[in-house]
Ligand binder design. Structure first.
Ligand code: BEZ
Length: 212
């Protein structure tokens, strides 16, 4: 059975380009993004890992630790990282897991046998500080992920976790957010000092609480 939202994110130990790690120890109290790549020395993956490295400060600002997974061995990963740094003008310093035995790929259901028996699809898991799965996305090998979207959904998840708000369709940071249904309008007015706009009793907006 595949992992579902709210499930505990399985722990594992692994060899990576940044040394041996225990997943939970690596995450500490941070949020985590664990994402898989079909194989080393492939073009789409090269751009994805480069983009992730270039967004290092954005992930750090949000207290997010990233880890990539590929089922190739460590020496191959190390050679590939040189190419990624050269071609994407970046410095990959987050761990890339050498998952030759597919331990992580199997724990996280990253191999979809009807797509490929051997390679992982592009799975991405966002894990909260409580080590629970908060969000999953799955792309086919041929479609590179949008890492601005990954940051956007992290912002949404962190707003929900910290302020009891949800984010509407096409929301971007800085725009109004939605008061979650579990908060009464009376409580919302007390809680959100920037004001509450009531469109319907169930549709209430407030300015994004964590910005001035
Ligand atoms: C890639 O990672 O570049 C890739 C992998 C499989 C199919 C197409 C592209």
């Amino acid at each position: 059975m595949s992992l579902r939202l709210g499930d505990p994110a399985p722990n594992f130990q692994a060899k990576t380009t940044a040394g041996d790690i225990d997943f939970y120890e690596y995450l500490g109290n941070n949020w985590g993004v664990l994402f898989s790549h079909p194989a080393d020395f492939t073009p789409v993956c090269t751009t994805e890992l480069g983009r992730t490295a270039l967004l290092k400060e954005e992930f750090a600002k949000r207290n997010v630790k990233v880890l990539a997974v590929s089922v190739d061995p460590l020496d191959k990963h190390l050679g590939w990282v040189k190419d990624i740094n050269e071609t994407q003008n970046c410095s990959v310093d987050f761990p890339i897991i050498a998952d030759e035995n597919r331990t992580v790929a199997n724990l996280y259901g990253m191999i979809h046998p009807n797509a490929s028996e051997t390679f992982t699809v592009r799975s991405l898991f966002i894990i909260g500080p409580d080590k629970k799965v908060k969000l999953t996305i799955t792309y086919p090998a041929s479609t590179g992920r949008n890492f601005n979207e990954v940051l956007r959904v992290i912002d949404s998840l962190q707003l929900t976790a910290n302020y009891s708000v949800a984010t509407p369709a096409n929301w971007n940071s800085g725009e109004d957010v939605i008061v979650v249904p579990a908060v009464s309008t009376e409580d919302a007015i007390k809680k959100f000092s920037k004001g509450v706009k009531i469109v319907k009793p169930y549709l209430r907006y407030t300015p994004q609480p964590n910005i001035d």
